[in-house]
Design a protein around this ligand. Structure first.
Ligand code: ZN
Ligand code: ZN
Length: 286
């Protein structure tokens, strides 16, 4: 299989732990936002939610994912089973197509009110850092995994290819959420291919035109292709989070879990209507 073995299940937690530790040190040494409060409590809450989600997926869905992908392979079902390209081409194509699916699914989560209600938990973090990368409501994770059970066989993607994708994805999402002051030139070079903090932080702005931009997960090309790419000249001027959220939810596991079920604006039914002066920037500037 393309000369590489499928990552074992234990590789993902180890990759996350190593990358998180490196980013945590860098966030302390060279933060983009200075003067954050209660960093440890914030990170522990986010990581606790991430561990719950990982456990739910492992316990309920891991066997199902292996089952449906094996079923598709046995029957020659799905896009990649219809073509006969060199193995490395098939790997590159299927990983790119799945990343395009991730972009599409993210857009759907912003456009469908019921899905936004749960995705808003990710956006309500007003103190963004690497730990925010795993801050997703469990219902959002369950929904996305159920939809994957259809997407994977349609693509003809194997469980091994999904494991490789996720092993590449995890360091990328930890990195683009991290609170690291990256040199502008380095960020610009990196974002020719991958999503960088400067790109993804715009997505976490409380101003809707920015919230509805930069939907990419790993590769930055989809946002350029579908014209959802957006930057802010000075990322430290971005107001992070959803304006209607208070601190209790930001730092509290129960607050995150119960957020979608509470009434009012805080359920995420509407974005901030704050249209105060903001500057847009295309990718020609640094
Ligand atoms: Zn989003
Ligand atoms: Zn994010």
């Amino acid at each position: 299989m393309f000369g590489i073995d499928v990552p074992e299940a234990w590789i993902k937690p180890i990759v996350i732990a190593i990358v998180l530790a490196i980013l945590w040190v860098l966030e302390g040494l060279a933060p983009m936002y200075v003067g954050r409060r209660r960093r440890l409590g914030h990170d522990v809450s986010n990581l606790a939610l991430g561990i719950v989600n990982a456990a739910v997926v492992a316990l309920i869905f891991a066997t199902l994912i292996v089952g449906v992908t094996a079923w598709a392979a046995d029957r020659g079902f799905g896009l990649m089973n219809l073509v006969d390209w060199p193995a490395w081409v098939e790997w590159v194509v299927v990983l790119l197509l799945f990343d395009l699916w991730m972009y599409t699914w993210h857009v759907i989560n912003h456009k469908v009110p019921l899905f936004w209600r749960f995705h808003a938990v990710h956006h309500s973090d007003a103190d963004l850092d690497a730990s925010s990368a795993v801050r997703f409501h469990t219902v959002e994770i369950v929904l996305s995994t159920i939809v994957r059970l259809a997407v994977l066989p349609l693509l003809g993607m194997t469980a091994g290819q999904l494991a490789v994708y996720e092993t590449i994805l995890l360091p990328c999402i930890l990195f683009h959420h991290s609170n690291i002051k990256l040199p502008a030139g380095l960020d610009r070079v990196l974002r020719m291919v991958i999503i960088t903090p400067r790109m993804h932080w715009v997505h976490h702005s409380d101003w809707q035109p920015e919230t509805d931009s930069n939907f990419g997960t790993t590769i930055s090309w989809w946002d350029r292709l579908w014209r959802t790419f957006r930057l802010r000249e000075d990322p430290t001027t971005i107001t992070l989070g959803l304006k209607e959220w208070g601190e209790r939810e930001t730092f509290n596991l129960w607050g995150m879990v119960s957020q979608p079920f509470r009434r009012g604006r805080a359920t995420g039914e509407s974005y901030s209507s704050d249209r105060s002066s903001r500057s847009d920037e295309d990718d020609s500037a640094s």
